[in-house]
Design a protein around this ligand. Sequence first.
Ligand code: NI
Length: 161
Amino acid sequence: MAIRTIRENGDEILKKKSREVEKIDDRLQILIDDMIETMHKYEGVGLAAVQVGILKRVLVIDLYDDKGPIAMINPVILKEKGEQEVDEGCLSFPNQFAKVIRPAEVTVEYTDREGKKVKVKAKELFAQAISHEVDHLNGEVFIDKIIPGTLEYVTPEEKKN
Ligand code: NI
């Protein structure tokens, strides 16, 4: 496993749409392992492949609960319900946080890394993370949908307090 370089704000790749994964091969498994390791290193709850420079429809999420890290291949949001106003950040926008409106609940269908089709109904932080990461796969970043006036810059030193 290896830590991959995270593409940051201003990198044009973040605005590109990712392509469907057609084959779950060793290369994809390595990408998923690396994405999980990279997400953990930077203490993120989610990471999309585009953020490490790979335009494939793959994302990883870890809510640091008993579900453990989850990889979603070709995720499709089938249904959204309600709204939640949440504080949000993104590993591609270091030290920037803002309020965003996300669906309160999403139903998502994806292929897992073993090739099985999975359908999940997610709420709260899980719904927020899926919505945020699927946006990345469509070339959208959270900073373009924040509630105006809520953007804050928090330096790592301040964050520790
Ligand atoms: Ni992000």
